[in-house]
Design a protein around this ligand. Structure first.
Ligand SMILES: Cc1ncc(COP(=O)(O)O)c(C=O)c1O
Length: 387
């Protein structure tokens, strides 16, 4: 039996394919760079340093961060968020600091905060979202009090693609001592982000989704205001100050113990360069999002989330078939690969009415083709028609 072409629509988990230049950069780094960054004085190690510095600069420029040394690399978006949360609340404080977050967050925000709350490190207020997964800026700000030290909000929901009002929240927090942490895992590389304009103190992101890097990449951008407040939560070698048993005080070294994944970071750099050279990809993404909206709106018998979002991410459910079964048919019959279930977002589903089985999530990316979206829409329509 001839196998069906792979229609990959799970870019919200990780993007694939990557631009050819990303594969080449990883390959080249593994074959010819072959050295740890920040640890050697020989040619290859210095070249590895250059790749890392260039990537820090590229990320800082992309999000308008004031200083590339505030760009700290992590293994993924989750590790970047943990660096921020554990770095702020790893030790006991009195009075117990208060944190505001929302029901639309990914578990990589909610679980570290919950772990901190379980150890009396923080008290947490979780602001609700609406039935589209959208949070209200006024509600978030109303939850902020005198003891609030952190407000943590995702830029976009990974379930419904709702874009959150981060600039409205950040601008109001400017004169409040609370830091503003934004989880940009779903938007970095897809939507513009300006950390200074939006009043963001800590921007955590994955590098392997919209920013087209390999898996195993992520970063935390730390503002000068936040810098003194984030302690190390992982300790080890940094390639310098080796006579001391404490971590260096400067960034990024304070938060980057151990060797960086140089080949993956070289690939991420190539991904960002591709984005820079292919700015029309933003229009392509909008077109894919509109194509989802037009196609899904014509299919009766499914409930859809995300209509109108600029991100090409949509969730849906059918009354007749569970998300898991729906996805299994999509792959078996049509080669369409999607994600199902709760999407690591524990608290959003009661607001969507999808608590038991979650949703089917379709997510396209920069290198998705319009025809792939059409195949998926057609496949969903055929499955629904056969129910
Ligand atoms: C909104 C959001 N935050 C954080 C993460 C975690 O990113 P990573 O998979 O790189 O750990 C994800 C991953 O899907 C996400 O969608």
């Amino acid at each position: 039996m001839k196998s069906k072409p792979r229609i990959y629509l799970d870019h919200a988990a990780t993007s694939w394919p990557k631009p050819e230049s990303v594969y080449l950069a990883v390959n080249d780094a593994m074959r010819t760079l072959g050295a740890a960054a920040g640890r050697g004085a020989y040619a290859e190690s210095l070249r590895a340093d250059q790749v890392i510095s260039q990537l820090r600069r590229q990320i800082a420029t992309l999000v308008n961060a004031p200083n590339p040394s505030g760009v700290v690399f992590a293994a993924n978006g989750t590790a970047a968020l943990n660096l921020a949360i554990a770095g702020l609340f790893g030790s006991l404080h009195s009075p117990v600091p208060h944190v505001v977050t929302t029901a639309a967050e990914h578990n990589s925000v909610l679980r570290p905060l919950r772990a901190m709350a379980d150890h009396q490190r923080v008290e947490m207020t979780i602001v609700p979202c609406d039935s589209e997964g959208k949070v209200d800026a006024d509600q978030v700000l109303a939850a902020v009090g005198k003891e609030t030290r952190l407000v943590a909000v995702g830029h976009a929901s990974n379930v419904t693609a709702a874009i959150q009002p981060i600039a409205a929240i950040g601008s109001q927090l400017r004169n409040h001592p609370a830091l503003f942490l934004v989880d940009a895992a779903q938007t970095f590389g897809y939507l513009p982000i300006d950390v200074q304009e939006a009043g963001i103190d800590l921007l955590a992101t994955a590098g392997h989704k919209g920013a087209l890097g390999p898996l195993g990449t992520g970063a935390l951008c730390v503002s000068p205001q936040a810098e003194p407040q984030i302690a190390a939560s992982v300790w080890g070698g940094t390639g310098g100050n080796s006579d001391q048993l404490t971590m260096p005080t400067c960034l990024p070294q304070r938060l980057e113990a151990g060797n960086l994944n140089v080949p993956a970071l070289a690939g991420w750099l190539a991904g960002l360069q591709w984005l820079q050279q292919n700015q029309t990809s933003q229009q392509h993404l909008h077109q894919l999002a509109q194509r989802f909206d037009q196609g899904l709106a014509e299919i009766e018998g499914i409930q859809v989330w995300g209509a109108g979002s600029p991100l090409p991410v949509r969730s849906f459910v059918s009354q007749q078939l569970s998300p898991a079964d729906f996805a299994a048919v999509l792959e078996a019959e049509f080669g369409v690969q999607v994600r199902t279930g709760l999407h690591c977002a524990a608290l959003i589903h009661p607001y969507l009415g999808t608590t038991s089985d979650g949703t089917v999530r379709l997510s396209a990316g920069h290198l998705s083709r319009s025809e792939e979206v059409d195949v998926a829409i057609n496949a969903i329509a055929q499955v629904v028609a056969g129910l």
